[in-house]
Design a protein around this ligand. Sequence first.
Ligand code: ZN
Ligand code: FE
Length: 253
Amino acid sequence: MKIITVKCLIDNYSYIIFNEKTSIAIAIDPSEADPIITEIEKKNLKLKYILNTHHHFDHVGGNSKLKGKYNCKVAGFGKDKHRIPEIDINLKDGQKWKNELFECEILYVPGHTSGHISIYIKELNALFTGDTLFSLGCGRIFEGTYDQMFSSLDKLKKFPKNTKIYCGHEYTKKNSDFCLHIDPQNPNLINKINDINLNIKNNKPTIPSILKDELECNIFLRTDNLEIQKQLGINSGDPIKTFAKLRDLKDNF
Ligand code: ZN
Ligand code: FE
């Protein structure tokens, strides 16, 4: 199996996973149809499924056109079925969904939206986080609470450290500025930023990231760090309060 990263819209990433022998393919979060169609035609793939992390237009924008063209099935969170265009397969939290390509685990991670899911594919060592976890950042809280987003990120932290993180946007550089602003002495972060700058210079995506790097560098996953709490004036030692403060600061950064 292979994963293709497809740039869409301004800074979105969609992904195509395919089997080289059978040519069967699945698209994750097709923001728009045309860049996906280009890849499908180029490699002569058979698009069988679309898998959506959440209902925002920049993640489902290609659903209708792709389904019309390839007659593929759309899978998404069942409780959000009224907002996911063309949905056929209603997924549940904790479900192991098996298709012709792989088995994956569905993780309900509310906060950015009330019906957001992330997808873990063990066989690929890959976690598709949508707009919940970004490299060096996390999604804005549009429909949920700080507590929900905090718990959702906590859920994603528990996968093996070498898990590859495939997220929905190329926000890494902007996110790194904020992490550095809060956590300027972090040597892991400084190393990571060097790698990011190199990728950007070579016109390459900064995605996938590795969970280990995120745990060491992503400020939103480091809210239990006493130094960071102190710097933000949180004396209670409460990681959720720290998270809320960081999220507010980032919204206005
Ligand atoms: Zn979104
Ligand atoms: Fe998005």
